[in-house]
Design a protein around this ligand. Structure first.
Ligand SMILES: Nc1ncnc2c1ncn2[C@@H]1O[C@H](COP(=O)(O)OP(=O)(O)O)[C@@H](O)[C@H]1O
Ligand SMILES: [Mg+2]
Length: 207
């Protein structure tokens, strides 16, 4: 079973509910090692996405992803808006002409999207950023390419959880959290936590 256009659409709409529900938690994480706006940024961004997507509901996957990226880029301040925006804009390019996505296509989408984030933010492994969660997800999906979609997503969620867990002991070297130096150690990365929430939301949608 492939990931359908409708599932991608539903996923992005449901992300708006996820981020409304988790706004306070994400803000709390970002208050500890940043400036406390991450929950608000993600919630505001995905509310705009949920407003905008119905205008392209019948368009192809690439258009839906690109619209999501452009909307995040233009509506979210902070570091995370342009980074998540770039993720979806780059991801869209990997899906042009595809009516549905295999696990391998999804792995490719996330790999290419993450490369987009890196080209903008220059994060390296263990810098304590959202990339420390995107990378394990793309690795897990690539490894699970021959598995059914639900199994692959389950592996991706497990990898994302481990990724978030791994950020706890990292010292931030990018973004505002890096200003804290060693005091950034001991707390999960807010942006990485948002990535986990997005993958868990995708899992809900395909269930
Ligand atoms: N250079 C970067 N590369 C990748 N992710 C980054 C980078 N800088 C910051 N981030 C991510 O952005 C998150 C913070 O987002 P947010 O609070 O919304 O923006 P800001 O840091 O501008 O307040 C961090 O938790 C981290 O995951
Ligand atoms: Mg912040």
């Amino acid at each position: 079973m492939n990931l359908t256009q409708k599932q991608i659409y539903d996923w992005l709409i449901q992300c708006s509910q996820t981020f409304t529900r988790e706004q306070d938690y994400l803000t709390e994480l970002d208050t500890t090692i940043g400036d406390g706006d991450h929950g608000l940024n993600m919630n505001r961004g995905f509310q705009k996405v949920a407003e905008k997507l119905p205008t392209v509901a019948d368009k192809d996957i690439a258009t839906i992803l690109k619209t999501t990226g452009m909307t995040l880029l233009s509506s979210v301040g902070g570091a995370s808006g342009p980074l998540f925006g770039t993720f979806f804009i780059k991801a869209a390019q990997s899906t042009v002409d595809k009516d549905s996505l295999t696990v391998a296509d999804l792995a490719e989408l996330i790999t290419v999207g993450t490369e987009g984030i890196v080209s903008r933010g220059r994060a390296e492994p263990n810098d304590k950023t959202m990339c420390d969660v995107w990378w394990p997800i793309s690795e897990a999906l690539t490894l699970a390419s021959s598995q059914p979609l639900d199994k692959a997503i389950t592996a991706a969620v497990a990898a994302a959880k481990q990724g978030v867990e791994s950020t706890i002991n990292m010292q931030a070297r990018k973004g505002r959290a890096s200003y804290l130096g060693e005091r950034s150690i001991g707390h999960p990365d807010p942006g990485g936590t948002s990535v986990l929430l997005m993958i868990e939301t995708l899992q809900q949608v395909i269930k």
